[in-house]
Design a protein. Structure first.
Length: 363
């Protein structure tokens, strides 16, 4: 019944469109500003925050999902043309929502999660065996994507083939994984080949390691995905990155480093080996602690909320990197006059308002 209702609403929204507008590749500042303005309007319930001067698609909320997983939620927006928006909500002020962020142990970018006995979520974000992603946001993706796919199908059947995927903060982090998964479904013929996805990750933390980033940037190349960052915002600098000697491609000089050091003359070999061990073992120890507390221990906290969830095997990696074609909203002197640093307001540079101010200024 709900599916037919959404089809009717979408058909009504788009019935007046004579010539469908197609999504265009490339960063479009007006497009991003409109998306951000509409999200700010939803949060503050203020129409004045949605300026007419930037309206391109004039979005309307068509569907809002129930809260699932670790209190994750998404919404579907319709517009006055043939473009629909998949918007993923960011962190809210609950311990469950924050736990999705803190569950930062890495897991392989291709595998499965057991959500409950008989309920397995198979995922494929990247093909490289070295690629790894954030466990908490993968878990969030598992719950959200199941609710999204029937709505995407309804849109497609009503003639909508162009989608923008967006999210701010945690929503942006999850948007990376949703995008990767939808691209995989399209390549695997689980979605039609003529569906187009364009992504704006806004104020997003780092979603995975370098090998995930390589594949994400490859599949979204030529202007189909952007990472928009306020240079004053600390959130995109998280999670903390720890690179070890194992976070390199298989062909690298570190593989034979110890063998080469041993060939050096005494005492140079002992000194060099001592330095090498100090430099290599310290990040390895830090990575193991990261895996222990933000992987295994945080996973136990997750099972208190999702009691049937089975903790996965964690990757031996914590090399989080900035991902995607990055649009820098540079915080200059004028910006800091309006949004000064304040240790008592740690999110002053992270909310919609500073991003909207800088996006308009950059435009």
């Amino acid at each position: 019944m709900l599916r037919h209702c959404i089809l009717f609403i979408l058909s009504f929204l788009f019935s007046s469109v004579i010539k469908a507008e197609k999504l265009q590749a490339g960063y479009n500042p007006k497009e991003y500003i409109e998306l951000l303005s509409y999200q700010l309007k939803q949060v503050n319930h203020n129409d004045a925050l949605y300026p007419d001067s930037v309206q391109m698609h004039h979005y309307r909320n068509v569907y809002t999902s129930p809260e699932v997983g670790l209190q994750n939620q998404w919404s579907l927006w319709g517009s006055n043309d043939s473009i629909a928006v998949i918007k993923i909500r960011g962190t809210i002020g609950t311990s469950e929502s924050w736990l999705a962020n803190l569950y930062a142990g890495m897991i392989p970018a291709k595998g499965f999660l057991i959500l409950a006995p008989g309920d397995t979520f198979n995922y494929h974000f990247a093909s490289n065996d070295l690629a790894a992603v954030h466990a908490g946001w993968t878990l969030s993706t598992a719950y959200l994507i199941r609710d999204m796919l029937p709505r995407i199908d309804s849109c497609y059947k009503s003639g909508i083939k162009d989608f923008i995927i967006t999210g701010h903060s945690q929503g942006g982090a999850i948007a990376y994984l949703i995008t990767s998964l939808l691209y995989y479904y399209r390549s695997n013929h689980q979605l039609p080949a003529d569906i187009t996805f364009k992504t704006y990750c806004s104020a997003a933390p780092k979603p995975g390691n370098l090998y995930f980033a390589y594949e994400y940037e490859n599949i979204t190349r030529n202007g189909w995905a952007f990472n928009v960052v306020n240079s004053a915002d600390w959130v995109p600098e998280t999670p903390i990155s720890i690179q070890t000697i194992h976070d390199f491609n298989k062909t690298n000089p570190l593989i034979k480093a110890r063998k080469g050091i041993r060939k050096q003359k005494f005492p140079a070999n002992l000194v060099t080996m001592y330095v090498f061990n100090r430099l290599s073992k310290t990040p390895l120890r830090a990575m193991r602690q990261y895996k222990k507390y933000l992987g295994k221990y945080a996973g136990k906290l997750v099972t208190r909320n999702l009691k049937e969830f089975e903790k996965p095997e964690y990757a031996n990696c914590t090399n989080y990197v900035r991902t995607g074609a990055t649009i820098v909203l540079f915080a200059d002197e004028d910006y800091y006059k309006l949004f000064p640093d304040n240790p008592d307001k740690i999110f002053i540079h992270h909310f919609f308002e500073p991003y909207l101010y800088l996006a308009k200024k950059r435009n």
